[in-house]
Design a protein around this ligand. Sequence first.
Ligand code: 2RA
Length: 340
Amino acid sequence: MGVKVAVFGATGAVGKEMLTILAERLFPADEVYALATRKSMGVELSYGEKTLKCQDVETFDYSKVDLVLMSAGGEPSKEWAPKIARAGAIVVDNSSAWRMDPDVPLVVPEVNLDALDGVKKKGIVANPNCSTIQLVVALKPIHDRAGIKRVSCATYQSVSGAGQEGMDELWTQTKGIYVNDQPTPQKFTKQIAFNVIPHIDVFMEDGATKEEWKMTVETKKILDPKIKLFATCARVPVFVGHSIAAHLELEDELSADEARALLRESPGLMVIDKREDEGYVTPVECVGEFATFVSRIREDPTVENGLALWVVSDNLRKGAALNAVQIAEGLLNKGLLKNS
Ligand code: 2RA
């Protein structure tokens, strides 16, 4: 018997991608439900060749599904994930609400798939932050081979990380500048068109933003608590695709050639790295792809065993919806779904 799946927050950018990727990867579902708030009732959404009508998150019977993929923000997740788990379904949540809960596994399948066994505690699995996901996929093989002591990174995050509103703001502002109609920033704190904003999420006591804090604490939970990570996260005028410049300090020496060969054979990664024009990946080329791309692999002579990487991935796919569906595949393969 197939799995019964619901997507909670189906009308959002990530929710729509979850439906698309469930179909693309032929996830063995015999029922898929699109759920959204009352204002979206009846909205039609694509699930492969099928069209689903949105149902109400408030009245849906969660006891009839095995799995709920959630992308609806932290507050709805805090309210609904425990209720849904009590109804017997496993929740894969894309918000930050449960990521640091010690009884909730935080999972990137290429990195710590076996952490899924912890789902039995609360019936909830947390999907990490998009920039964390693509980073740890690239860090994992290097950490296993040469040990990572420290990572310093800068991110260049697309506006779709802030949802449909973020994409709409970039589009409207960009058009507005050409016709001298400068709409005041709404979603972002400053103009995003033709600009870069070194601020994602809220500021914390130590001057870091919560996005930067997430990269540190989530990398420690997923990969290794001993790794020291310092990040600066910026928003850039790109619609989809996050990029990260990562600078690593390793325990053991690893040449750029060795790193390139290692990453080439590692799961979830595609290495595009030639020291010539076009020999690297840019965000526009990663859109719609499953892979996390690695380019500009270089030794860093300014530190002992230094290595630099350029890591690019579709933040709506591997950074959110694809990772959530891969978690669902892992739950199924491990026999952790009630119908698996
Ligand atoms: C962002 N990582 O890019 C955050 C949430 N998706 O805005």
